[in-house]
Design a protein around this ligand. Structure first.
Ligand SMILES: Cc1cc2nc3c(=O)[nH]c(=O)nc-3n(C[C@H](O)[C@H](O)[C@H](O)COP(=O)(O)OP(=O)(O)OC[C@H]3O[C@@H](n4cnc5c(N)ncnc54)[C@H](O)[C@@H]3O)c2cc1C
Length: 255
């Protein structure tokens, strides 16, 4: 990664102003993805003095600052268990001490274990200047939001969750990842297809109407989604894995 300068801002206003001055001024969070992509920037805008590194209980939801590290997230008892499990599946603790939740969500990576885990919950993204967007809408829209992600709100729900990442090795990117939750309703999420994670909303509607044949439901789920080849895996293999783990997830959360 090459940058001409690095600026630790003292307000969101200052960060946004710099960001809008040039497309070559970039927000830096953990900086791991920027570094891997060999990004070039005029100014790297660092948000680390803005108090965005807290996880707080806000009665109806848990509010996670964008600069919270993956490690803080996975260790917090405020965060629902399955979302923590999804984050724990990424690389090793040293990596997760640096990578942030904000960078992981904003980046909308196709392979993201973080997004797959979070889509199992009702999640809102808070941006500066003032805007709130559901995570579901954010992943459906092409491109990135033109603002600074400040917080992620995870609404409190009484639900059971299942998460599975399949990778060639424990430290690898996922070939596929699956999350299933069940509380008042079922949610089914499949990511790394290699497209960014999606909820299987038509299949969920069928299930929530009383469909109980999980083999058939899992088949419906994979038919609802698009799969493609990635460097390591063919689409058909991803489909087979998704079929197996969606069914297994439904069985687990329904016990
Ligand atoms: C080698 C490697 C292996 C990985 N393996 C996995 C894996 O198996 N599973 C997985 O889920 N993830 C994986 N990741 C992704 C990783 O978990 C993080 O999601 C990623 O590094 C981004 O987090 P970061 O804090 O490093 O963000 P950065 O690299 O700092 O930023 C990422 C992007 O988001 C923008 N950005 C950051 N924060 C904000 C903000 N608050 N508002 C607006 N824009 C912002 C930046 O400008 C940049 O474009 C891997 C990454 C690497 C480098």
């Amino acid at each position: 990664m090459k940058a001409k300068s690095f600026q630790r801002v003292s307000s969101l206003e200052e960060a946004y102003k710099l960001m809008k001055e040039s497309p070559r001024n970039k927000i830096v969070a953990g900086g791991l993805w920027l570094k891997k992509g060999n990004a070039e920037a005029d100014i790297l805008i660092d948000l680390s003095l803005l108090g965005l590194d807290k996880i707080e209980d806000k009665k109806d939801y848990v509010e996670v600052g964008a600069m919270v590290s993956q490690r803080q997230f996975e260790q917090s008892k405020l965060v629902p268990e399955m979302a923590r499990e999804a984050v724990k599946s990424i690389m090793g603790p040293a990596f997760r001490n640096v990578a942030t939740i904000g960078g992981s969500v904003f980046g909308k990576f196709g392979f993201s274990d973080v997004i797959t885990g979070l889509l199992g919950y009702k999640v809102e993204l808070v941006f500066y200047p003032e805007a709130t967007l559901s995570l579901l809408d954010y992943v459906k829209k092409p491109g990135f939001y033109d603002g600074i992600l400040t917080h992620i709100r995870i609404y409190k729900e009484d639900l059971k969750g299942f998460f599975k990442k399949v990778g060639i090795t424990a430290l690898d990117y996922p070939i596929i990842n699956v999350a299933v939750t069940f509380g008042k309703e079922y949610r089914i999420v499949v990511g790394s297809r290699p497209l960014v994670a999606s909820r299987c909303e038509k299949t969920e509607a069928y299930l929530n109407d009383g469909g109980k044949d999980f083999e058939k439901v899992a088949q419906m789920a994979i038919e609802e989604l698009k799969f493609g080849d990635s460097i390591s895996t063919k689409a058909d293999y991803k489909k087979q894995l998704a079929l197996t783990y969606v069914r297994r997830g439904l069985e687990e959360v329904s016990k």
